[in-house]
Design a protein around this ligand. Structure first.
Ligand code: HEC
Ligand code: HEC
Length: 257
């Protein structure tokens, strides 16, 4: 072997060793159990969400969103819409187990809701928030029709809510924002069915929202409201007031003569 040959051999084996080391390094990082797969590559927003989750949600929904028996359901793949609906209507975090999560003053602000959504999304996505700014640009008449068809059976034709079986109820819609209504349809909380975009297109949804919100804004086009109790109690009240009026009139006539 010449000197040159020996030198070349040494450098090539050095190169081979280097390549082997790098390959082992990559191989190891690929098979090594990382402490938590979810720790890696989280956005700043999702990391902030993880912190909120660990303080406020983990006891009922589990370390890996897998759910906890008798405490809370899994949240894997529930989607932004569900998280938005539950947290921004104040239903979550739940305080104690009850028949139904109730609307409460929200614990977290919009930024924190975004962080929670970002974190929960990292475990798999579901229905997302709508991207349109204006969620009530649909046809009013069409919205009314769709509402009576799809929603009125539980929420009452005027959106006043109603009782369901076993202590549950469909709430009145008078506190719901446009986005609350949209995300309720997308996520179908509790006993409410999911209205995916196949059942109700985004245009249908906006028409329904327009109808629900218009219903709230207009002040009783059909005469006296009397709590929108309906024609029978309204008639009763008019009757009682009327009778009282007659009696007073009789006394008045009587004292005059
Ligand atoms: C005390 C237990 C408890 C705590 C704490 C709690 N949850 Fe829940 N969560 C529940 C229960 C129970 C349900 C099912 C409620 C229902 O169906 O009415 C639920 C439902 C949900 C849902 C709907 C799941 C679906 O299938 O659409 C979301 C989203 C959710 N929780 C998010 C959160 C977040 C985020 C937090 C923390 C900020 C949190 N929860 C804290 C018990 C809890
Ligand atoms: C089978 C009965 C049922 C039908 C049909 C139904 N819902 Fe619901 N809805 C519910 C129940 C039950 C809740 C309460 C869920 C909870 O508290 O977790 C609810 C909650 C809601 C809320 C949240 C109210 C709040 O607190 O702000 C909105 C908004 C809503 N529904 C809109 C609709 C719309 C719009 C439709 C029609 C497209 C509809 N729902 C159809 C049963 C129903």
């Amino acid at each position: 072997m010449t000197r040159v040959e020996r030198l070349r051999k040494r450098t090539s084996s050095g190169l081979a060793l280097g390549i082997a080391l790098v390959a082992i390094g990559f191989g190891y990082s690929a098979v090594a159990p990382s402490s938590s797969a979810q720790d890696d590559g989280l956005s700043v927003e999702a990391m902030a969400g993880q912190e909120i989750y660990e303080n406020g949600c983990i006891t009922c929904h589990g370390r890996n969103l897998e759910g906890v028996e008798d405490q809370g359901p899994p949240l894997i793949g529930v989607g932004e819409a569900s998280v938005y609906f539950q947290v921004s209507t104040g239903r979550m975090p739940l305080k104690q187990q009850e028949a139904q999560a109730q609307r409460k003053t929200p614990v977290y602000d919009d930024a924190e809701v975004n962080q929670l959504m970002a974190f929960i999304e990292t475990y798999g996505g579901g229905p997302e928030l709508p991207t349109e700014e204006d969620l009530r640009d649909g046809e009013l008449a069409e919205g009314g029709e769709l509402f009576r068809l799809n929603c009125a059976s539980c929420h009452n034709f005027a959106g006043r809510g109603g009782a369901l079986s076993s202590g549950k109820n469909a709430p009145a819609l008078d506190q719901s924002s446009d986005l609350d209504i949209y995300t309720a349809m997308l996520s179908g909380p509790q006993n409410m069915p999911v209205f995916g975009d196949n059942q109700l297109t985004p245009e249908n949804k906006r028409a329904i929202i327009n109808y629900v919100q218009t219903l709230k804004d207009t002040s009783d086009p059909g005469g006296l409201s009397i709590g929108r109790a309906g024609p029978v109690p309204e008639g009763l009240i008019i009757w009682i007031v009327g009778i009282a009026g007659c009696v007073i009139a009789c006394f008045w006539v009587g004292t005059r003569s």
